[in-house]
Design a protein around this ligand. Structure first.
Ligand code: ZN
Length: 277
């Protein structure tokens, strides 16, 4: 499944102004999203992909989500009539059928999340990343935009409190070095910082066990990648596997201390329920 931002801008067509709001409401009522038949990205989104809608300048807000119920298809005459509403501006070349439409009560200004969105490399001129109407994003960015990201961050805080003693023991075993990249963070006081990840998460629906067999030592970056299911450890090869096949840590041997009783059962849980989800 892939994730997309569809950007909507105010248009002037034959002397009449169509605001992003007008266009959005018309299309959501129709459960249809129009895209020009020469749009270079039109064939990339597919059925089941999730979309978040964004209003460009001047609003610059995310306004809601939907799931694609079709791939791009050129509109036949009856669809052109139905979705055109007797207006050439609305008459589509083609587009996507939509389902599970959620028009948010409270819209979310992009300004509040620019710092956290990974696809926005240029934080000053962020709009360059949203040009062209169709932008692919990672699931972690989709979650940040749709707020699930914040819920996850809360769970992480809760968890860290629970296992302080046990996690200190295992951090010591690895001398605070990340089992994926070998990095540790040196603090001012000559002490080192690392984090512990639970492969089967403790809280929520997962109800994982708070034990060494379910823990790995990681740096903050790799911790986030494990939490979001971007990276995992293959229990058969004991290599890291990454969603991005070009990532440096795809198919790399993981550091395992012989005294660490890591259980393949939990590695498998993480791969199946979080990485493959
Ligand atoms: Zn790391």
């Amino acid at each position: 499944m892939n994730y997309w931002i569809f950007t909507i801008k105010t248009h002037i067509f034959e002397g009449k102004t169509y605001t992003a709001e007008d266009i959005y409401n018309t299309r959501m009522d129709d459960t249809f999203w129009a895209v020009k038949k020469n749009h270079t990205q039109r064939k990339r989104p597919s059925t089941g992909d999730e979309v978040v809608f964004y209003f460009g300048k001047p609003e610059e807000v995310f306004v809601g989500t939907a799931v694609l119920k079709s791939q791009f298809k050129e509109s036949v005459k009856s669809e052109k009539e139905k979705y055109g509403h007797g207006n050439p501006f609305y008459t589509p070349d083609g587009g996507f059928e939509l389902g599970d439409i959620d028009r948010w009560q409270k819209r979310k200004p992009i300004e509040e999340m620019i710092g956290r969105l990974h696809f926005i490399k240029n934080k000053q001129e962020f709009w360059v990343h949203l040009q062209g109407g169709i932008t692919e994003i990672l699931v972690k960015d989709f979650e940040i935009i749709t707020q699930e990201g914040i819920e996850r961050a809360k769970n992480i805080t809760y968890r860290v409190k629970r296992d302080a003693n046990l996690s200190n023991k295992i951090k010591l075993l690895y001398q605070n070095k990340c089992q994926i990249c070998g990095e540790s963070i040196k603090l001012k006081t000559d002490s080192y910082y690392s984090e512990v990840h639970h492969l089967q998460p403790l809280g929520g629906e997962h109800k994982g066990r708070d034990s060494e067999e379910n823990m790995i030592v990681v740096c903050p970056n790799h911790h986030v990648e494990f939490d979001y299911g971007v990276i995992a450890i293959n229990p058969e090869t004991m290599e890291s596997t990454h969603k991005d096949s070009n990532n440096h840590f795809n198919n790399k041997r993981v550091i395992i201390n012989p005294k660490h009783k890591l259980s393949p059962k939990f590695l498998k849980y993480h791969i199946e329920k979080i990485f493959n989800d």
